[in-house]
Design a protein around this ligand. Sequence first.
Ligand SMILES: Cc1cc2nc3c(=O)[nH]c(=O)nc-3n(C[C@H](O)[C@H](O)[C@H](O)COP(=O)(O)OP(=O)(O)OC[C@H]3O[C@@H](n4cnc5c(N)ncnc54)[C@H](O)[C@@H]3O)c2cc1C
Length: 394
Amino acid sequence: MRLSLTPAEQQLQEEVRTFLDSQPHLGRRLPHALEDRIEALREWQRRCHESGFVGRAWPQEFGGAGRPPVEQIIVDQELAAAGAPEFVNVVGLDVLGPSLLRFGRDDQRRRYIPTILSAEEIWCQGFSEPEAGSDLAALRTRAVPREDGFVISGQKTWVSWGQFARWCGVLARTADPSPYRPRHRDISMLIVDMRSPGIEVRPMTQITGHAEFCELFLDDVVVPRENLLGEPGEGWKIAMYTLGHERGTAALPRQVKLRTWLDRLIRAACARELDGGALIDDPRAQTALAQALVAVEVLRHHAYRSVGEFLGGGAVGPESSTVKLLMAEAEQRLAGTALELLGASLQEATPEDAGENEFWEETYLYSRAASVYGGTRQIQRNIIADRVLRLPEG
Ligand SMILES: Cc1cc2nc3c(=O)[nH]c(=O)nc-3n(C[C@H](O)[C@H](O)[C@H](O)COP(=O)(O)OP(=O)(O)OC[C@H]3O[C@@H](n4cnc5c(N)ncnc54)[C@H](O)[C@@H]3O)c2cc1C
């Protein structure tokens, strides 16, 4: 893979930096209340989109910039390095948008893609159910076909941003299960309007104190036929493509972000005291920081390889599970190290110390989810064993 930038790519990098320098709110903390936070993030994505930094590689006719995919990666890395917040429509951009582009009809792309990019309409993902998470093909939500569409009934869970979303990509059974057919053959993907009668959303509070995800109840929700994505029974294929994107393409910007966090932790360790000396001079602190650096570096190299394959025209395949595992490992190690080191110094002498402690507490708590969302650590290992290494069943 080519690691240096062309003159045109360097110019893009400069453009992003100039844009970031002109954003006065960038360094400020996001509002605490979730509704205000969502609005601030929506506004941030809108501004980035207006400047051509969202959907850089998506087709121009649907609101993208129609540029080579490497440009989005350059933009995302610059945003991550500047500590910019993530885009609020992350599910639309990284998860369901790519599936709409790949499997949607032109009228669907025209209808949904532009407002995903501008964050005017937030998307959520209705895959998991109380009895179907890792074993997603066990899902029970039914979409009964009728002449003009489908009637959906069932329950989804862990739906991120469900209370703010206008659209949900719902996996549901469109045929009765049969002992003669694999379970995943009966599943279809439907685009559900979250304002439909029969939808109920109940937010669930996480250990961070925020209610970022929800339970979603669907009670005889009518979905028009034109909201079917792909063909009936193609839902599983679309879901696997969707999850591959969710697991694979975020790695490069994520490793940049983790590196900025590591640098931040090193600065804090330099500023803090332990037993009358600087925390950074403690050999245990140095070892822990070195181990966190190794985890981030391992992720960086795997991310280059996986993105190199993607840019070379390859699909995001089962190998993305390796990167997903390493992302979780690096994030959890770093956040755990921060808690251990800053906890040991117990210093809150200045408002900066207190702010720093708060940042790492929230980061640590959120990092626990990294080995669950998008498929758990154990499931990624199963995929690697089965589909990458092709190990025999034990
Ligand atoms: C922050 C966050 C956001 C999320 N957002 C969404 C969302 O927007 N939309 C959505 O649909 N879902 C979402 N999820 C759900 C997520 O995809 C599921 O939590 C995940 O797939 C695991 O399913 P589960 O929670 O039902 O756990 P289970 O499947 O019940 O697993 C429980 C434990 O058993 C292990 N296990 C299960 N099967 C096996 C096996 N075959 N081999 C080895 N170990 C196994 C698992 O690894 C896990 O440790 C989100 C989750 C989190 C944490």
